[in-house]
Ligand binder design. Structure first.
Ligand code: SF4
Length: 185
C-alpha cells in the first residue's frame, strides 16, 4: 500500500484527535505499515570494496539478490557506519549497465564480443609473456637490471592485503617497474 506524506499526516492527526477524545487506541498507523524489503533476507557479512579503509558491511540477500546494505556494527573499523560511497553500493550492484562478462575488442574492430573469463585470462597471460620476452632488458651497461618497462600494474582497492602482496611479488618477479595503485589516482 503506498502512503503519501499527506495521507500519513491526515491519518496521524485523525488518530491522535479521536484517540485523545475517546481514550482508545485506533491503531490507524498499522494499516499503513509496509513490509520491510529485508524481511526473510539472510545477512551476509562482507567488506566494502571502494577504498583501503576496508569497512565491514552487512548485505541482506533474498532470492540470491542483495536487497539492502548497511554498516556492520560489529566491525572494528567502522562500527556500523558507512560513507556515502558505500551507501550507494547497491546501485552499482544492481545497475543494468554493470559488466558481468568479459568483453573483447579485436585490434581494428569496432564491435565488442562477449568471451568466457578463462579465455580472457589466457589471453592476458599470453600477452604478458610475449611483451616481457620482447622487451626484457638484462643489463644496462655492466649493471644487471632485469626489467621490462613495457608492462605496468595497477592495483585496486578491492584487493585485500594478501592479494596486493601477491601482485607486488608477481610484478617484481616479472621485472615490472611501474606499479601503481588506484587509491592514489
Ligand atoms: S565505506 Fe567508505 S570509507 Fe569505508 S571502505 Fe567503503 S569507501 Fe572506504
Amino acid at each position: 500500500m503506498s502512503l503519501t506524506r499527506r495521507d500519513f499526516l491526515k491519518g496521524a492527526g485523525t488518530g491522535a484527535a479521536l484517540g485523545g477524545a475517546v481514550g482508545v487506541e485506533l491503531g490507524s498507523a498499522e494499516a499503513y505499515v509496509t513490509e520491510l524489503k529485508t524481511k526473510g533476507a539472510k545477512e551476509v557479512p562482507s567488506i566494502c570494496y571502494y577504498c583501503a579503509v576496508g569497512c565491514g558491511i552487512k548485505a541482506s540477500v533474498a532470492d540470491g539478490k542483495v536487497v539492502a546494505i548497511q554498516g556492520d556494527p560489529e566491525h572494528p573499523i567502522n562500527r556500523g557506519t558507512l560513507c556515502s560511497k558505500a551507501q550507494a553500493y547497491i546501485q552499482v550492484l544492481q545497475h543494468p549497465n554493470r559488466l558481468t562478462k568479459a568483453l573483447y575488442r579485436a585490434p581494428g574492430a569496432a564491435e565488442w564480443q562477449e568471451k568466457p573469463l578463462d579465455w580472457a585470462m589466457e589471453q592476458i597471460a599470453q600477452r604478458i609473456k610475449a611483451t616481457r620476452d620482447a622487451t626484457f632488458v638484462e643489463k644496462e651497461g655492466d649493471v644487471p637490471v632485469n626489467r621490462t618497462e613495457a608492462i605496468a600494474t595497477l592495483g585496486s582497492a578491492i584487493i585485500a592485503n594478501e592479494e596486493a602482496y601477491l601482485l607486488a611479488k608477481l610484478g617484481r618477479g616479472l621485472g615490472i617497474v611501474p606499479m601503481e595503485h588506484q587509491a592514489r589516482i
